[in-house]
Design a protein around this ligand. Structure first.
Ligand code: F0G
Length: 357
């Protein structure tokens, strides 16, 4: 068991696939110790699990390797999803690997360019809806029911089975120690629910004897789960016009919300929101102080910890694993908007010397 390389398929006894999986070698992502940011925050044991290091640059690949493998085992002839971008990029790649046709629905104008590029290049039929993600998900659901397509959003339980391996790996990488807290950005609330389910299984099997406090972070302009936690609601009130620079988590009616609320409450965790400014500041800090490049939604998890620490709502001695969910290169336009452009000069040494000072 322990000699097997880190990978989603290291844990295959706990996954539903029986035959040869449709795999692009997903999982086995780095767990980085955030020494510099941790020092600033006074949290010595702060870690980031960089899910942007998966084959298509997000954690969705863990779900899709299982989801598309199951689609094939079940004899499905075409697959579909709605997406804020990463799910579509991942499904397009795994469908290509499995030679299954794929349709993806995107909210028009609200998907980062790198993600659209991936879905197009991997050969999906890409359809932009003049509406938000929540509407696109509703529509693809109807399309799947009427046309017999296999739906691979996080309403699909097999996808979440793959994503639960994030928690398994983090514990393996900490030498078998359970972190005190796991922090995830929350959009459709599938990932936090998946990680919680996996950890409950490890507990039931006797591999671990406690669970981390599951902590969900949302953008201030799109925070129905945070409001449900704060107001102690069991059913969440959807937001009709979610808005945030972190387009990956621009979701007003998360389909897995009830499961996420259970995960957070049952583990003594919490939920918090961060503003777009706080998200972008943490994206820069991760890049410049730790060398870790992530997209805005991913920076939300670490920005959330900064906020909770500043508010005195967490213990600084906790061992904390923040899941950073997608790669910097997913959304180059947001980067270019924030950074100074390159300095263009004439091709002579004099100009170079003055520009480099
Ligand atoms: N981070 C990134 C980079 C994401 O792409 C997503 C979700 C999340 C966090 C939130 O995860 O939905 O399980 O709570 N992206 C989906 C998509 C919605 O279509 O790519 P969640």
């Amino acid at each position: 068991w322990n000699r097997r390389r880190l990978s989603v398929w290291r844990y295959r006894e706990l996954l539903p696939v029986r035959g040869e999986p449709v795999s692009l070698q997903e999982g086995g992502t780095p767990l980085y110790h955030l020494k510099n940011i941790g020092k600033e925050l006074g949290i010595p044991e702060l870690y980031a699990k960089h899910e942007g290091m998966n084959p298509t640059g997000s954690f969705k690949d863990r779900g899709m390797t299982v989801g598309v493998s199951m689609a094939r085992e079940l004899g499905m002839t075409s697959v579909a999803c709605a997406s804020t971008g990463n799910t579509s990029a991942s499904l397009a790649a795994y469908a290509a690997k499995a030679s299954i046709p794929c349709i993806v629905l995107l909210p028009a104008g609200k998907v980062a360019i790198g993600k659209v590029a991936q879905a197009l290049m991997h050969g999906a039929r890409v359809i932009s809806i003049r509406g938000n993600f929540d509407k696109a998900l509703e529509m693809v659901h109807e399309l799947c029911i009427s046309q017999g397509l296999y739906l691979l959003n996080s309403v699909n339980p097999y996808r979440l089975e793959g994503q639960k391996t994030i928690g398994f790996e983090a514990i393996d990488q900490l030498g078998g120690e359970v972190p005190d807290r796991m922090v995830l950005p929350v959009g459709n609330a599938g990932n936090i629910s998946a990680v919680y389910k996996g950890l409950r299984e490890l507990e039931a099997l006797g591999f671990i004897d406690r669970l981390p406090m599951m902590t969900g972070i949302q953008a201030a302009g799109s925070q129905p789960v945070v409001k449900a936690i704060e107001q102690n609601l069991d059913v969440l009130v959807p937001e009709s016009a979610p808005e945030t620079v972190a387009t990956a988590i621009r979701i007003g009616a998360p389909v897995n919300a009830e499961k996420a609320l259970v995960a957070i409450r049952a583990t003594g965790g919490t939920a918090a929101s961060v503003t777009d400014e706080e998200i972008l500041a943490m994206q820069r800090d991760l890049a410049r102080k730790e060398g870790i490049g992530v997209e805005p939604a991913s920076a939300a998890s670490v920005a959330g910890i900064r906020k909770l620490a500043e508010l005195g709502l967490i213990d600084r001695d906790e061992r904390i694993v923040c899941v950073v969910t997608g790669h910097l290169l997913k959304d180059p336009e947001t980067v270019v908007r924030q950074c100074e452009p390159p300095i263009e000069i004439d091709a002579d040494l004099h100009s170079l010397l003055s520009a480099s000072r």
